[in-house]
Ligand binder design. Sequence first.
Ligand SMILES: [Zn+2]
Length: 257
Amino acid sequence: MDIVIYVVAFIFGIVIGSFLNVLIFRMPKGEDIASKRSHCMSCGYQLRWFDLIPLFSWIFLRGRCRKCHEKISIQYPIIEALNGILYVAILLLCGIKIDSLLFCLAASALLALSVIDFRTYIIPIGFNIFILALGVIRIICKLAIDGDTLGSVVPYVIGMFAVSVPLGILWFLSKGRAIGGGDVKLMGAAGLLLGWKQILFAFVLGCIIGSFIHIARMKISKAGRVLAMGPYLAAGIMIVILFGEKLLGWYTGLLGL
Ligand SMILES: [Zn+2]
């Protein structure tokens, strides 16, 4: 029976992934997300329903437009597949529960904002508001469904400020040069969703991943010194969502806490 749930999660994941592609391409241009039909970027051919099946249409068309045979960005199937895989991984590692549904939605927001931030150095505010809303829903579920005490919510409220306040001060002092305002808000929103232990851990992971990858990119591709932190912070948050419990248990055990 579980296998059905994972298959459904994967299908749901690639469908949402295909919506993420729309966000990724249209949001930075300020284009309307919903009104315009999907079309080929080079010839304008309006895609039919069978051109829009996530992952499979791209594979079937071998990555080319049906009409003009121009190449279709490989970003489409990659984002779709990645989002599907993330959904299955979250269910496998976090269990089949409401938290996992919230984490899946957060993972999708992280995926989309990473690509947008990587390209434009801007995290659209909507993603941070969305993640913050997931955090609020998680707390409401804890109180209303699990019957947790108000005290059990405290670590999450602290989490909202644990990383975002120090980063916010850094943002203020450096006039936004050391860190972007979007990064500060991301750590606040994700902090509420995950709690202070997890968000601190996510931040440290994000910084480590960011330094390694950015130095490598500067060496290999002569990438500029300007660093979009969003993708690395998002990677840190994602790793903590997937492996946080186990990693934190191991880490606190190591320190004898
Ligand atoms: Zn075309």
